[in-house]
Design a protein around this ligand. Structure first.
Ligand SMILES: Cc1cc2nc3c(=O)[nH]c(=O)nc-3n(C[C@H](O)[C@H](O)[C@H](O)COP(=O)(O)O)c2cc1C
Length: 344
């Protein structure tokens, strides 16, 4: 099935405070904040940006707000199923999305845009996935409507820790899978030629990921101007750093299906898939008992956001479509999400 989801989104979209690629590099999960409250000016800039992010690329409606932190939030966050120790956050970016087939992906996409804007304003952020829909976070947001859900929030405030080490580790690859395990050419499992440099073994997924490959500009040589967009996907945050995103590049269809096999075509479809982590997320005991949202779908939306922002910044046009190429997949637990179709 192919459905074009490229309905125009609101026109007045304030720009990011800096190039998206720079913001993606600068962002990391900040878990320690200064006590200083967010200034009225910075709040104003964030509010203006949030107000423009109301429609996701796959059609869901969402809305966002900034709420002040309350003294017992740390305990509340634990009960709601989040992990990690968030110290001193002065605010939370919260939001709600209307339920629909791609609601969680759209929410991930839009909240990541807000997070990148916050990064540009000079704020630290950390995604927090849990079960917020019946929480005090919702009440402070003014409630969610029937048919809406709040799948995740983000802590924010002025940065109180030193994220440089984490950013360095991430860029050197030790906290991310190598490209060869994430990006495929024509069919599942065949690394994009350019991604073949990632032979340094799997990064052990998990928040304390193990060794990965060496960084090197040569890795993406054959994907030309898409190198930066793929690298932006690799740098994306994901719940417990599981990195469930996989992309298969195929020749763009001429009136039908994407063509299989390694491609020298001028235009491509970039098919985003999700690899579910066994025993984690949807269907796992913890997620079921706590009714936590399907966070790996949120992760896919975040990856879509990074890909599109950086592709556009590299001068590449395209749009999101739902056009499952029906690939032969290596096992259960892999789901098609959406496709970036390069413009002709
Ligand atoms: C949907 C989602 C949910 C997350 N939930 C939490 C959380 O509950 N607690 C936390 O400390 N970090 C959370 N994170 C942050 C991830 O652990 C983090 O993005 C990942 O380890 C990569 O590190 P980085 O963001 O510093 O690049 C979440 C991230 C995402 C995308």
């Amino acid at each position: 099935m192919t459905s074009d989801t490229s309905t125009p989104r609101p026109a007045a979209r304030p720009p990011f405070p800096a190039p998206a690629s720079a913001l993606i590099q600068r962002r990391y999960s900040c878990r320690t904040y200064l006590e200083r409250p967010i200034s009225a000016e910075d709040k104003g800039r964030l509010h203006e940006f949030m107000a423009s992010r109301t429609r996701g690329p796959l059609g869901s409606q969402a809305r966002f707000g900034l709420i002040a932190a309350a003294p017992d939030d740390r305990q509340a966050l634990r009960r709601l199923g989040t992990y990690g120790f968030i110290k001193g956050a002065t605010g939370f970016i919260v939001g709600a999305v209307g339920r629909g087939p791609k609601d969680l992906e759209d929410y991930g996409y839009l909240l990541e845009e807000v997070i990148l804007a916050a990064t540009g304003i000079g704020l630290g952020t950390c995604w927090l996935g849990g079960t917020f829909t019946r929480s005090t976070f919702v009440r402070r947001f003014g409630g969610v409507k029937r048919g809406e859900t709040m799948p995740a929030v983000a802590s924010t405030g002025y940065i109180g820790d030193d994220g440089t080490e984490r950013i360095r580790e991430r860029e050197e690859g030790s906290r991310r899978f190598p490209p060869a395990e994430l990006f495929f050419d024509g069919e599942w499992g065949v690394p994009l030629a350019a991604a073949g440099g990632g032979t340094g073994g799997s990064a052990a997924a998990g928040d304390e990921a193990g060794a990965g490959d060496e960084a090197g500009a040569g890795r993406y040589a054959d994907v030309g101007p898409f190198a930066a967009a793929l690298e932006a996907v690799r740098m994306a945050p994901s719940a417990t750093n599981k990195q469930p995103w996989r992309i298969v590049r195929m020749a763009s269809p001429e009136g039908g299906r994407s063509r299989r096999g390694p491609s020298t075509a001028a235009r491509h479809d970039w098919h985003f898939h999700m690899v579910r982590t066994k025993g984690y997320g949807k269907g796992s005991a913890v997620f079921t008992v706590l009714r936590i949202a399907d966070l790996q779908r949120v992760d896919l939306g975040i990856a879509m956001c990074h890909f599109e922002l950086v592709a556009r910044e590299s001068g590449l046009d395209g749009s999101w479509v739902v056009a499952d190429p029906g690939l032969e997949l290596p096992g259960p637990g892999i789901e098609y999400t959406a496709t970036w179709r390069e413009a002709g």
